[in-house]
Design a protein around this ligand. Sequence first.
Ligand code: AMP
Ligand code: GLY
Length: 423
Amino acid sequence: MNILLLGSGGREHTLAWKLAQSPNLSKLYVAPGNAGTASIAENVAIAGDDFPALKEFALKNAIEMVVVGPEDPLVKGVHDFFLADEKLKNITVIGPEKLAATLEGSKEFAKAFMMRHNIPTAAYQSFTATTLEEGYQFLESLQPPYVLKADGLAAGKGVLILNELAEAKSQLREMLLDAKFGKASTTVVIEEFLDGIESSCFVLTDGTHYKILPQAKDYKRIGEGDTGLNTGGMGAVSPVPFADGEYLQKVEERIVKPTVAGLKKDNIPYQGFIFIGLIKIGDDPKVIEYNVRMGDPETEVVIPRLKNDLVSLFKAVGTGTLDTIDLEIDKRVAATVMTVSGGYPEAYEKGKEISGLEKVSDSLVFHAGTTLKDEAVLTNGGRVIAVTSFGKNISEALDNSYANVEKIDFEGKYYRKDLGFDL
Ligand code: AMP
Ligand code: GLY
């Protein structure tokens, strides 16, 4: 079949790499893709939210499946657009419809969903400009640190964790009255602070059945020892030593099952990945957040460990027959190290030539932010290249990746050298 994959990051290069191995694939297109996807698929210059252009392309190229990488097209309703169109409605779309995508698009919606279905998460209340005073009172009733979340999508910046009550109040005021995060902070969720260790759980569902993919942990802070600003993710490992056995059973019983059942009960159709951000407190899991897509860079370690044919898995999602498939997982550890542009996650330059890619051996190179210019591969984003390796344990996998990261060069290259330090 012909498949169109939407997105342009390391997650999409990894998905493209996996799809390209399938005997069920005829032709793979990536819109818009990057220099990495260009080497294994055909890039097409269409933005994920340009629905009319996607339609024209899909019809002209006999696309039978659309795989959506990032949340943006989902939150904007790309799946709904395909379903509503006579000529497109039989194309399988991997990624939920707009209503389900609200699990990521609105923290308030996600919290209410969890409450309704008894899914463990931090206690919370939400506030708007007209209930600012009540918001202050709620803050006064809590112990620091205070967690304030803009309800809507805020490019990963909408969560504030503050130690001082006065600061929490003034930030709440700025979010609600001064639109600190634009429309995203029209509603603010204030929640109980949870103290624990985080990991990422990925579930693939057809709306009725589900498969739990390998557990992963990403490293979000720019600096070593988990310090400094938040980034999209500086690296990841899979599996996660503390997220297995009895704990993983609790995750499945208390979180995954009620999530999939809750969606069904609420008449929220769901076809695609659910990314459950977990936090382990003592021996018990709670949900920090839902995303309606795979994580990045978690995809770069989860998908390489999956032995199944990804096209077959996605077809089963489309036909509601995921229960007929057993996952086969590589037992080895996978680790990925993200190289980023100097200055990221603040201002950085693009267009730096990347050298040494051909010297990499025994690792997988996934392009995150790159572009082709003539024959040269140039940096084209904050996160540039992820290097994934296998090993018999975390340090062996990381050592392999670090050795290869050393061979890749571009002006301003930075990466964290302490990944896995906490495991
Ligand atoms: P979110 O966008 O909801 O995933 O939040 C971003 C990050 O903020 C999470 O990955 C956590 O590290 C942190 N965080 C969010 N909610 C809480 C909470 N209730 N308690 C402690 N940390 C939190
Ligand atoms: N790595 C976290 C995310 O994809 O949101």
